[in-house]
Design a protein around this ligand. Structure first.
Ligand code: SAM
Length: 240
């Protein structure tokens, strides 16, 4: 279940009630989640569940679930499984016929997308780009060819490097929006071309958390094409 990405008022009534009602909370960082629980005066027990203990924890958690113990899974912020731990536990629960109940709530991806001013549909969620090597080159090449709007996550330390690489692979004129510190006091959006946003962040130190929304590659439209032919051309590009 999701937790706020900055503003605690984004915690839903249902999320608070669920954290109160379950028997156990599996948390990415128990100290972090404890602050949230303290704020909402929740006293439910916590157990750690993060990328380094997934393999060991899943059988333990599945055993508890099979005994009828209700468990909520949370990450540090936002929606679990979205560039966060969670997906393996969901898969294991499904394989063991245990019901998975998704709670709607905060995720940086969708908040950034809807305020970006860039076409919101169709969109492609990428998450974090690989940091280096062939995987990064291939990911950038993939992004450069996409006709859908793309969503990537980035740390402040790597924003300039990533914008530089985007400029090289997508060209300097592709429209992007950088959504910074969503839901927090210093929430800000920088909208412009890859070059303009790169120049800005070369002059202003990137601070806080970032989502980068990238407009899709424009397809060559022929004036005589019907709507169906345009959709078909987009589908073909998506499949490439
Ligand atoms: N599961 C989370 C979600 O649903 O948003 C994402 C977790 S991922 C480990 C963390 C990344 O999400 C950050 O590096 C940043 O790219 C993005 N992010 C999280 N909170 C954000 C915020 N308040 N503003 C902008 N980006 C944020």
């Amino acid at each position: 279940m999701p937790t706020p990405i900055g503003n605690l008022e984004d915690m839903t009534f249902r999320s608070v009630k669920t954290l109160q009602d379950v028997d156990l909370i599996a948390a990415e960082d128990t100290r972090n989640t404890m602050k949230l629980l303290t704020h909402f005066k929740i006293e439910t027990d916590l157990i750690s569940f993060h990328e380094h203990n997934t393999a060991q924890r899943i059988p333990e958690l599945i055993e508890k679930l099979e005994q009828g113990i209700n468990i909520a899974q949370v990450s540090d912020a936002g929606t679990p499984s979205i560039s966060d731990p969670g997906k393996e536990l969901v898969k294991a629960a499904i394989e063991n016929d245990i019901s998975v109940v998704p709670l709607p709530g905060a995720t940086a991806s969708i908040s950034a997308l809807i305020a970006s001013g860039i076409e919101p549909q169709p969109f492609y969620f990428f998450g974090f780009l690989p940091r280096k090597g062939k995987e990064r080159t291939e990911a950038l090449e993939n992004l450069s060819q996409r006709v859908e709007t793309s969503i990537i996550y980035e740390s402040p330390k790597r924003v300039v490097k990533t914008l530089t690489d985007l400029k090289d692979s997508l060209g300097e004129d592709r429209q992007v929006t950088l959504a910074r510190e969503l839901t927090k006091i210093h929430e800000a959006f920088l909208r412009g071309t890859v070059s303009q946003t790169l120049e800005y962040y070369q002059e202003h130190d990137p601070k806080g958390e970032f989502v980068i929304i990238i407009s899709g590659k424009t397809i060559e439209k022929n004036a005589e094409m019907t709507d169906a032919e345009i959709i078909n051309a987009i589908d073909l590009q998506i499949q490439e």
